[in-house]
Design a protein around this ligand. Sequence first.
Ligand code: GYE
Length: 315
Amino acid sequence: MVAMNWRVWFVLAVGLVATISGGARAKDLVVGFSQIGAESEWRTAESESIRGEAAKRGVTLKFADAQQKQENQIRAVRAFIAQGVDAIIVAPVVETGWEPVLREAKAAGIPVVLADRAVDVSDPSLYATLVSPDVVEEGRMAGRWLAKRLDGKGSIVELAGTPGSSPAIDRGKGFREAIAEYPGLKIVKSQTGDFTRSKGKEVMEAFLKSGQKIDALYAHNDDMAIGAIQAIEDAGKKPGVDIVVVSIDAVKGAFEAMVAGKLNCTVECNPLLGPAIFDAIETIVAGKPVAKKISMKERLFEQGEARELIGNRKY
Ligand code: GYE
């Protein structure tokens, strides 16, 4: 047994050093994920992407659905800390109110990766990175497209996302920035539809009943636009023709609505964040630096190209 030569010892020693310095390998990781809920097609696609990527890499994922409530998210994060997970993913429903629980995670030495929505904290070291599309730019893209389509004049109604959430704030901001150059374009009504089809429909019904002249609808996500399209049809008008409709996400449902001629344009927001999130987590637990924000490039899709592209859509 003493016959192990220096070569064998060398291999064993290298293996040991690699294990220690490499930290936990992907397949040993335990990661907690506090998801907002399932309010939209987009959100469901994101959950699937994160779950699928965890399974692919052999990561144990603890998934907690917050049903749209921040207090449920805070409770889930505290439970993950108590369980001593290796990392925590949070898709924060709103921007504010995160400091205390993020401090607890930091004190426990557990890195937090934010998925798709930003938080408003005074100390940026409270989270490791934000993996998210550029939501301000999405709003700008929708605004620029609509300004062109309306030739710089018209009355716009806006269906905003969840109040206090970063995509609602930033998509509102980006859009206003883009249309500011056109004094003939006015946002005549703006109300939240909470990123859901049912609320989008309900609020659009009220907009239509108000008697306000409406040339276009800007919805912060496709689901609200799809709900609103139903309301427009119920009111005896043609969505996509009598009222121009532009929204954000580019989910399958939006492509179907474009093929049907009811939605005019959707700006892509990629929900397939799983690979980028777990790349970041593996880098962080290996003790290497990551960028504070990890974004992806996106484009918009118009009605005319929907039929050709719908078959290739992954979400
Ligand atoms: O656009 C919307 C959703 O946070 C970027 O949340 C995300 C948004 C997405 O429910 O559909």
